[in-house]
Design a binder for this molecule. Structure first.
Ligand SMILES: *[C@@H]1O[C@H](CO)[C@@H](O)[C@H](O)[C@H]1NC(C)=O
Length: 231
């Protein structure tokens, strides 16, 4: 009961500082429902994202290659290869509004709104870096990105000024997976649970990533992840 109430409290806070997600007292993470562990992955497993051994949760879409470094009951530590992304940024109070706007911009890009008028296949995951708003203004800073498959070679330049190409270096990421439809409240709960599970592990606390793998039209077998960058 106490756990339930405190999660509710976090979700109802009008403005979240990163501290409220990352520095809360340790709670039992076993009580978080919807957690889905992919039993196929073991430390040392290499998931290319491009071959027949790509993870099931990529739904046959191209997704970034990673190696599982550590596989715990409540989280994984993965090492991703260097990756390319197409990104856009929004600042605002509403998570849903930012998601809607940013997804639309990136979807237009892959639908041909780019310097070559080129259509680009959808990939997975769609990630959103969230810098929680610290102060009374309560605006969070959202950067949504679609993965650019290495198959695309050099991706075309966006023509929308709010869309830009970006890259991420080889990186280690703490990952917590869960199923179902992820609401803003659910993302926050899962991020809090990952912070609880990691205890004193070293990771970036200024922001976190949501990673979604399914279209809104897929009703079952959905897969979502929270990412914290390891330090
Ligand atoms: C959002 O975050 C990015 C990256 O840290 C930064 O460059 C940008 O200025 C931020 N936007 C606002 C409005 O604070």
């Amino acid at each position: 009961m106490r756990i339930h109430q405190s999660l509710l409290f976090v979700a109802l806070l009008p403005c979240l500082s990163s501290g409220s997600i990352f520095n809360r007292r340790r709670q039992s993470v076993n009580n978080v429902i919807h957690f889905r562990q992919d039993g196929r992955q073991k430390p040392g497993d290499r998931q290319t994202g491009m071959q027949s051994d790509k993870p099931d949760f990529c739904n046959k879409l191209d997704c970034p290659e990673f190696t599982v470094i550590k596989n715990e009951k409540t989280y994984q530590l993965r090492e991703y290869v260097a990756t390319k992304w197409v990104s856009t940024n929004s600042v605002g109070i509403s998570f849903d509004a930012a998601q809607y706007t940013d997804f639309e911009r990136l979807f237009q890009y892959i639908s041909g709104k780019n310097a070559k008028g080129q259509k680009i296949a959808m990939t997975a995951p769609v990630i959103d870096r969230i810098i929680p708003g610290p102060g009374p203004a309560c605006e969070s800073n959202f950067t949504m990105s679609f993965f650019v498959s290495p198959k695309e070679g050099q991706p075309p330049q966006p023509t929308d000024k709010t869309v830009f190409l970006s890259s991420m270096p080889k990186m280690r990421v703490y990952v917590r997976s869960f199923g179902g439809f992820a609401s803003e409240k659910k993302w926050i709960e899962e991020a809090a649970a990952l912070a609880d599970a990691l205890g004193s592990a070293a990771y970036v606390k200024d922001y976190y990533y949501t990673a979604g793998y399914n279209s809104p039209f897929q009703l079952t077998n959905r897969h979502n992840e929270i990412w914290f960058l390891a330090q």
